[in-house]
Design a protein around this ligand. Structure first.
Ligand code: ZN
Length: 122
């Protein structure tokens, strides 16, 4: 499935302006571990902050983010996204962009080349 997220949306949903900056540096320092369930409507991950926090995300069939949670204290205090959630969503955004431009299109073009060569033989 396709997730309707991008940097602008993540920025808008962040609890405070500084939350986005903190989250994006967590992400750049590779503190997001895995994206369990990537491709489905629910994703789980772990983000390392002052300790490891567990996160979950739920998307509706159209790809909108409908629910999320983080086990850190800040996410209970603020309505917006905490920095761990920001970091995890940036990772998800990157993964999705990689899929768009990455191995898939390469494989596709490679196999269509093979098909072409096969059709030339006959
Ligand atoms: Zn958090």
């Amino acid at each position: 499935m396709r997730y309707l997220i991008d940097e602008e949306l993540i920025k808008k949903k962040a609890a405070l302006p500084t939350t986005f900056q903190k989250g994006s540096s967590l992400y750049r320092l590779n503190n997001v571990f895995g994206l369990t369930g990537y491709g489905s409507a629910s994703i789980k991950t772990t983000v390392r902050g002052s300790q490891n926090y567990r996160l979950f995300f739920e998307f509706d069939p159209k790809g909108y983010l409908v629910e999320w949670g983080c086990s850190c204290p800040a996410s209970k205090k603020y309505k917006g996204l905490c920095k761990h959630t920001v970091a995890a969503l940036l990772k998800l955004d990157e993964r999705q962009k990689d899929d768009d431009s990455g191995p898939h299109s390469f494989l596709l073009s490679n196999s269509s080349k093979k098909m072409l060569m096969m059709s030339w033989k006959f």
